[in-house]
Design a protein around this ligand. Structure first.
Ligand code: TMP
Length: 210
């Protein structure tokens, strides 16, 4: 099928607490868009570049290495700065749809609301690493903290998932707070139903912006 070309690329992000199913839904969405002839790039944060994947390993699987709250913030932002210049911006300039699992909202929710790093510190740093790039649409898949954590832990816990439940409760309410503030961009979808029903809601939101 001939690729549909867009005048300008579209940047879509997926967010949510642990175990919300964003990787499944973002991959399904990308396949759907490809089947409709769109050129779609699917990537993730932290990761998506060689540097980003190494940073991801450090952040999620560095047993025994101490990482302070601010070091953690810098590492997430370093990975973001790389993926923005290496992957996201070139793809958007080529008129592609970019779907990214997590982006700046994750840093505000996890390091900010969860880890209590002042939001203005994150805002300043994030502006540098994103060069001001913001998603056109963010799908926030919302799931109850305990349900999500137990779902995520079935695959074994990483360093972030091992943080305590109160931290993860703050992350979830942080996400919901951001969704209230930026309701034009962030669309909340309850992740409790079947995969098919949730995916249908995701596609409805995406169809509105393409
Ligand atoms: P995930 O790919 O399973 O979502 O794992 C990424 C983990 O990293 C998840 O626990 C969320 C966390 N994270 C942050 O704490 N801050 C960030 O800025 C990003 C992108 C992810």
């Amino acid at each position: 099928m001939a690729k549909k070309s867009l005048k300008a690329g579209i940047f879509i992000t997926f967010e949510g607490p642990e175990g919300c199913g964003k990787s499944t839904h973002s991959a399904m969405l990308c396949e759907y868009l490809k089947s409709r002839g769109y050129d779609c790039v699917h990537t993730r944060e932290p990761g998506g570049t060689s540097l980003g994947e190494k940073i991801r390993e450090l952040l999620l699987h560095s047993d025994g290495i101490k990482i302070s709250d601010i070091s953690e913030l810098f590492l997430f932002e370093a990975a973001r700065s790389q993926i923005v210049v290496e992957v996201i911006m070139p793809a958007l300039e080529a008129g592609k749809i970019v779907i990214c699992d997590r982006f700046s909202d994750a840093t505000f929710s996890y390091q900010g609301y969860g880890g209590k790093v002042p939001l203005e510190v994150i805002r300043a740093l994030d502006r540098v690493s994103t060069k001001g790039l913001k998603p056109r649409l963010t799908i926030l898949l919302d799931v109850d903290t305990i349900t999500g954590l137990s779902r995520a832990k079935r695959k074994g816990s990483d360093r972030m998932e091992k943080k305590d439940v109160t931290y993860h409760r703050r992350v979830r309410s942080g996400y919901l707070d951001l969704a209230r503030r930026y309701h034009g961009r962030i669309k909340v979808i309850k992740a409790g139903g079947t995969i098919q029903k949730t995916q249908a809601m995701v596609r409805r939101e995406v169809d509105r912006v393409i």
